[in-house]
Design a protein around this ligand. Sequence first.
Ligand code: ZN
Length: 510
Amino acid sequence: MESKTLDPKIQLAVERYKALEEKIAHFVMIGGLLEWDQKVTAPKKGRGIFAKAIGTFRTEEFKLSISQEMGELLHTLSADNVYEQLDEITQAQIRERSEEYNRSRKIPEEMYRDYVVLTAKANDAWEEARETNNFSVFQPFLEKIVDYNRKVAEIYGYEQHPYDALLHQYEPGLSVAVLDPLFAKLRETSVALLERIKKSGSKPSNEIFEQDYDVEQQKKFNTYFLPIIGFDMQAGRLDETVHPFAQTMNTGDVRITTRYLKDNVRSAVFGTIHEAGHGIYEQNIDPRLEGTALSTGASFGIHESQSRFLENMVGRSEQFWTFFYPKIQEHFPQQLGHVSQQDFYRAVNTVEPTMIRVEADELTYNLHIMLRYEIEKAVIGGEIEVKDLPMIWNQKMQEYLGITPATDTEGVLQDVHWSFGGFGYFPSYSLGNLYAAQLLNTIVRELPGFYSDIEAGNFASIQAWLKENVHRYGKLYTPEQLIRKVTGEDLKADYLVNYLEEKYSRIYNL
Ligand code: ZN
């Protein structure tokens, strides 16, 4: 791109703006490090006090982003005749920042402060409700959280459905009108496929996983494959936590975690691959975006597409285990020495309806999301009431998965998201699957050696493709622009629907 000569006054504003953005990026980086430390290494007893300090730190960061200086700079730089002279990266920065700035300024300070207090209390109530299997403990808090989110939707504004305003926070540009037909198709075909699987009578055995897998050996296996699949250990690390996550300090320092369960070797393996997908994305972002708010994923959904692409499309493929199965057998000769690769492959792809979303397989997972999406949309739209959620939850579980939770703890109370007010978040998970399948369709066309590379344990060309087409752009493009740029079309449900159909027809001989 040509660098244009700007008017000295505008040039000065750009420099001041970029310096301010870099300062915010530094706050974000240090804040992230503090949060990582809280989750990974900090001793339990000090965490409460530490959390307060992090709150103070985050407030300073927030103040910079809504400061008068920021307002003035954004005002100057987003004027039409100025904006059009700026380079692509600066334009995207201003697009992102202006949106956040405008959103933050719209919520009255007192309303927001009350909400922070409310969600803190709601989290405690949610935990208590779960422990005592008593939804009514959580209900009044959830009602207030829903009220707040409805108000926020009105304040932010939307074209058709109030839920659009909430979706937009996680998936910019997405709306109910776009999502409804995508999800409806995915839901209907998934329910039908699940029926056929159930009727097939074929049931891959899970027994091989019901044995003890030494945790030290698990660690060895995970640290062995992690760099092979493309995670740069010179630009990241792997630690252990109860809830696996990925956290980026900068493109040269991306930290992921996994969890080792003695009686479940799959949990760590697929957890590590999943988080590696998030991590590799961030390691591969163009260094020119460093120090800006663009040095992250395009959206929650696109981020999730990268973790699920690696975990499911790559990590649960037959070819992946052609390469890695002998290696995992070497680590666990007693447990797996006598098990064929085919049996292992089928076992990591078992489909079985379960109550708990996070334990669900590739097919039924999306049905858990459909249920949550429909409930969120209806409760924000005022069509259903919070008090009826346990009943509606159970009805939908029965309708989509054919099982009914025995308790609310394993039903409507299972996820933390509503306690922090994360309405609009859940769809990202299934969007990730949809994006991943559409990307798979493109990558196998452009890299005919896709599966033979996986089979040979060669992930370089695949990662190079992802870097070139997705990763390096960070948040430069909106998810809509990005997916169109890479795949040549808008998001469609067909790719995931076909992928699931083909995969499970083979595994279950349908
Ligand atoms: Zn994820």
